[in-house]
Design a protein around this ligand. Structure first.
Ligand code: GDP
Length: 559
């Protein structure tokens, strides 16, 4: 099928791709930045037409009753932007009410992240959680300090915060002239020249930019120029190796609303963010180690959250120019009320994807037809004909696929990408069926939702499996679960709020100590891992002090 396409083509296509996500706390300006990025690239010509929050003009989702009712979009958007010769795949990390386990999962499908900070706020809780996932997975991070047109913290203070709180050393690419709130221009730290801007109102157009060479800049801008040069010189210059290793972060300043600093960010993405590269293949690891170890490799990676993201170095990998393969990082169901479809969002890892291919579903060994392959952004669904490593494809009619599953082109070598870690849940509900006559449907539905990764399902001895605990990163996951239990499985559920917010992996020996305490529970995940659930971190800490318990955090802990 791909004989007219050589490995060289695939290598070239992969090399010009950058797949990234923006990590930020709500209101830092992610939607505004996304619109600004689109404005600077060739995807669309006017800001506002892209995705964003449901309250914006032009953003309507008619896919799901629930979305309509709440005015939110639970649809992941993967925006494909052309910038010069580079294809930038911008994967949406849903925030606000949409914050969920999917937000973390998106970070398994990107090669780099942009950490967007509000100049007045610095590092905020959701940013920290998302950053932790990036760090664990070795995703390098570029930092953009936004809203410099408004009063905020000092630039060096923000740099200090990165070093002190997350041991990430900022290396400035640009530096602002003037303190936050008095944005005179942007210094290009390496070249020494300055850009000043005519502000465009509302972020609807590109801000007119004037470039001043160092001599002119000093002459015209005086102390503002000297101060910026001096402050930037206190920090090291950009170094790609330490950036890729996660020790440093290229740092930029800007104002997304005025489109200031956005082009520089795009240039940094092109110059510094890594293109797709070979990914670990845990199936070949198992084959190399022998059949006896196969279950072990699969089991270990699936049960230990601390290792799932940090597989040991030296694992066999699948190069980008191998035949087509990819993995599912997100599932979405019931977007179209008339036609109950399941869309699996796949990150292409190797080879060329061509719509219509029949690929192999690694977990079941069954064929999967890709007749309906979409690129989905906002409410636009566009058929995608071909895709290359780093691209995202939405596969329709994907009810047999689950988050973490691998797909590959048959005929060649099979591949299994590392399993998706289960991220630390922070919200818990006890589920029961409304009508006991529907118990069978209830069990079936809960099992399906667990398989797809809609919610984590935990079972405790005390409650029994007719009353499982649903665990989630964000409450939206419960809404999706409730909706689907009723509409898809005809088993309406009652969810009882549980006063728990922190989960830790607990050793079987320690279970009695935990269950004896007030405000805690122990429950089992389907992979056998035991989780100790606590009302809050204080409860967790006091128990830990009292019994010196060995409790392991999950990826992105709730502290
Ligand atoms: P999100 O929640 O991260 O997607 O944030 P939004 O993009 O919706 O932005 C939150 C608010 O900050 C909105 O009112 C934006 O207009 C505003 N905003 C975003 N970027 C800037 C900026 O550079 N300067 C100023 N002054 N406001 C901004």
């Amino acid at each position: 099928m791909t004989d007219h396409h050589t490995g060289g083509d695939v290598r070239t296509e992969a090399a010009r791709r950058r797949s990234i996500a923006v990590i930020s706390h709500p209101d830092a300006g992610k939607s505004t930045l996304t619109e600004a990025l689109a404005l600077h690239t060739r995807a669309i010509t006017t800001a506002g037409a892209v995705h964003g929050k449901g309250d914006r003009a032009g953003v309507v989702s008619d896919w799901m009753e629930m979305e309509q009712k709440r005015g939110i979009s639970i649809t992941s958007a993967a925006l494909r932007l052309a910038y010069g010769d580079t294809v930038i795949n911008l994967l949406d990390t849903p925030g606000h009410a949409d914050f969920s386990e999917d937000t973390y999962r998106v970070l398994t499908a990107v090669d780099a992240a942009v950490m967007l900070l509000d100049a007045a706020k610095g590092l905020e809780p959701q940013t920290l959680k998302l950053f932790e996932v990036c760090r664990r997975r070795g995703v390098p991070v570029i930092t953009l300090i936004n809203k410099w047109d408004r009063p905020g913290l000092e630039a060096l203070e923000l740099c200090d915060e990165l070093e002190q709180r997350i041991t990430l050393r900022p290396t400035p690419l640009t530096w602002p002239l003037g303190e936050a709130g008095r944005f005179v221009g942007l210094l290009d730290v390496a070249a020494g020249d300055v850009r000043t801007y005519e502000r465009a109102p509302g972020g609807a157009q590109l801000a007119a930019e004037t470039r001043l060479v160092p001599g002119t800049a000093r002459e015209r801008l005086g102390a503002d120029y000297d101060d910026a040069v001096e402050a930037a010189a206190l920090l090291d210059g950009v170094d790609q190796d330490s950036f890729l290793a996660g020790r440093t972060t290229p740092l930029l300043f800007g104002a997304a609303l005025a489109n200031i600093g956005v082009r520089q960010l795009l240039d940094a993405i092109v110059d510094l963010a890594p293109p797709p590269s070979a990914r670990p293949d845990v199936r070949r690891t198992a084959d190399v180690l022998g059949a006896g170890a196969r279950a072990g490799v699969r089991g270990e990676a699936a049960t230990s959250d601390t290792t799932a993201g940090e597989l040991p170095a030296g694992l066999p990998t699948r190069p980008v120019d191998a035949p087509f393969s990819g993995f599912v990082f997100k599932m979405q169901a019931g977007m179209d009320p008339k036609h109950r479809d399941h869309v699996a969002f796949l990150r292409v890892c190797s080879g060329r994807f061509e719509r219509g291919m029949v690929v192999t579903h690694e977990r079941t060994g069954r064929p999967f037809a890709t007749k309906y392959a979409l690129q989905v952004f906002g409410r636009e669904r566009e058929t995608v004909e071909e895709a290359f490593p780093g691209d995202v494809v939405g596969l329709v009619n994907a009810s047999t696929l689950a988050v973490g599953d691998s797909l590959y082109e048959p005929g060649g070598a099979a591949v299994r990408y590392p399993p998706m870690p289960a991220f630390a849940p922070e919200h818990f509900r006890a589920a029961r069926v409304k009508d006991p006559g529907r118990s069978k449907q209830f069990r079936k539905g809960i099992a399906q939702l667990q398989q797809e990764g809609v919610v984590q399902v935990l079972v405790s001895d005390a409650r029994g499996d007719g009353n499982p605990i649903l665990a989630a990163v964000g409450p939206l996951q419960f809404e999706v679960a409730t909706y689907r239990m009723e509409h898809e499985f005809s088993a309406p559920v009652v969810l009882d709020h549980l006063d728990l917010s922190v989960a830790r992996i607990v050793r079987p020996d320690d279970v009695p100590l935990v269950t004896r305490a007030v405000g805690t529970e122990v429950a089992r995940r389907s992979d056998g891992t035991l989780l100790a659930l606590f009302r809050d971190v204080w409860r967790l800490r006091s128990l830990q002090r009292e019994y010196s318990l060995d409790l392991q955090p999950l990826v992105a802990g709730g502290e």
